[in-house]
Ligand binder design. Structure first.
Ligand SMILES: [Zn+2]
Length: 136
């Protein structure tokens, strides 16, 4: 008996609706590859995703993204708390000083971190951005 998959057989697949690895029935094959499966629990038809693949892609991505966001936000909040002086509306014709608070139309409040010629690094709530400015 060859260990080949074929339509009508049962298979373990990740179900996007149940958000779990469930018993599925193979509906269609694409050559030797399983194309579509149907979930025995919720009855939805979808592409075959082996439960191992689902675990591999999901876990590290979610963890890394959340960690980075948190760090930027903590530094940003601490910077805002420390900064004294008036908040200014962002304009690329303005001259900035490190530690100044700027208010950007799109990105919200940011802190000036570093100055370059005609540019400066500003830390916004989500991440740092290189912004145009006039420093000369
Ligand atoms: Zn399901």
């Amino acid at each position: 008996m060859p260990a080949k998959n074929s339509a009508g057989q049962d298979i373990d697949s990740y179900c996007g609706k149940c958000k779990l690895s469930r018993d599925h029935t193979i509906m269609t094959m694409d050559g030797e590859t399983i194309a579509k499966v149907r979930c025995k629990t919720c009855g939805s038809m979808h592409k075959f995703t082996s439960s191992l693949d689902a675990q591999k892609v999901r876990k590290p991505r979610a963890k890394k993204g959340a960690g980075e966001e948190e760090t930027a936000e903590i530094v940003w909040a601490a910077g805002l708390a420390e900064a004294k002086g008036k908040e200014r509306a962002y304009s690329m014709d303005s001259k900035y000083r490190v530690g100044e608070i700027v208010n950007h139309q799109t990105f919200g409040r940011g802190i000036v971190m570093k100055l370059y010629a005609n540019k400066c690094d500003m830390l916004f709530k989500d991440r740092e951005r290189l912004m145009a400015s006039t420093n000369e």
